[in-house]
Design a protein around this ligand. Structure first.
Ligand SMILES: [Zn+2]
Length: 305
């Protein structure tokens, strides 16, 4: 079992261990959750590090997937052979490569082909046709500990958090509290759903809040809610950036996409960055038009009101 430098297992509570990914779980890696009861063991979101380790060092009865994104599925091959489950709304993306490509919705065919190749070579994806679906509120009893599903869509349609009781651990997946802010740039993403999910996440009662990426585990609900608000504020800053661009004379969708509101200059990913900017800007524009801050004339020209 080879371990990347810096990675560690952290026993969080009687039944929960966090298997930390390289660079504290910074993308493309992540932090996997291991929940062990007296009757069964569950792994949540097996990462690239789990792939490198060749598994989690013990038999696993079920793998729960928070959502169909490459980094959350990368270690699945190393723990597969067990039941794999994801929310019904993301199941297609777990079951096949065609499905996960539909989740992303990359516009340019050459970019889509290149990303598909990366999914196979870099993230070890091949599709798990036997994966089963679950719904919001589903509970798995592992013996002395339960895991329950809390559907928090927006990042993807099926994005789900998992609550572990009685341990008081909430795994919130890619409501990841990073400085980048909420990501809702895929075809299967939705800004309004993400905003509603942030509000729902703020109501979760737990002692520990585990994120998949480098913010790691947050200790205590008040610290979590504070970081959640800071994370959500990025959405308003994207609105502000869009309004500034409109005021600065970018009056078409193409011009706005060229400037961008998601990625800092020079950091836009080559393969899907422009698709992400276009979808994100379209969702922000719809919201701003609905709210009366922006108008679109008959020729599609945009302006601040
Ligand atoms: Zn994700």
């Amino acid at each position: 079992m080879s371990r990347p430098a810096g990675a560690a297992d952290r026993r969080l509570s009687p039944h929960v261990t966090v298997l930390e990914g390289a660079e504290h779980g910074k993308y493309p890696d992540g932090n996997t959750l291991l929940v062990a009861g007296t009757e069964a063991t569950v792994v949540v979101d097996p990462s690239l590090t789990v792939h490198r380790r060749g598994g989690v060092g013990r038999p696993v009865d079920r793998v729960l997937i928070s959502h169909a994104h490459e980094d959350h599925l990368a270690g699945l091959g190393a723990v597969a052979g067990r039941q794999v489950s994801a929310h019904h709304d993301d199941l297609l993306g777990v079951r096949s490569l065609d499905g996960i490509m539909a989740v992303y919705g990359i516009d340019d065919p050459a970019d889509a082909a290149a990303w598909r190749a990366e999914l196979v070579e870099r993230f070890h994806l091949h599709g798990w046709p036997g994966a089963s679906g679950f719904a919001d509120g589903e509970v798995w009893d592992l013996g002395g500990v339960t895991v329950s599903a809390l559907h928090l869509p927006g990042h993807t349609r099926g994005h789900t958090a998992f609550l572990v009781e009685p341990d008081g651990v909430a795994y919130v997946g890619d409501i990841d509290l990073t400085g980048f802010g909420p990501y809702y740039g895929d075809h299967w993403s939705d800004l309004d759903d993400f905003v509603a999910s942030i509000e729902r996440a703020a109501e979760i009662e737990a002692r520990w809040f585990a994120t998949f990426h480098h913010k790691g585990v947050i200790d205590g609900r008040s610290a979590f809610v504070e970081q959640l608000h800071r994370f959500a504020a990025v959405i308003d800053r994207r609105d502000d950036r869009l309004l500034d661009l409109l005021a600065g004379g970018a009056t078409t969708l193409d011009a706005l996409v060229e400037h961008g509101i998601v990625y800092r200059p020079g950091t836009r990913p080559a393969l899907f960055g422009t698709s992400v900017e276009r979808r994100t800007i379209t969702m922000h524009l719809d919201r701003l038009i609905r709210g009366g801050a922006v108008q679109r004339d008959d020729d599609g020209r945009l302006a601040r009101r």
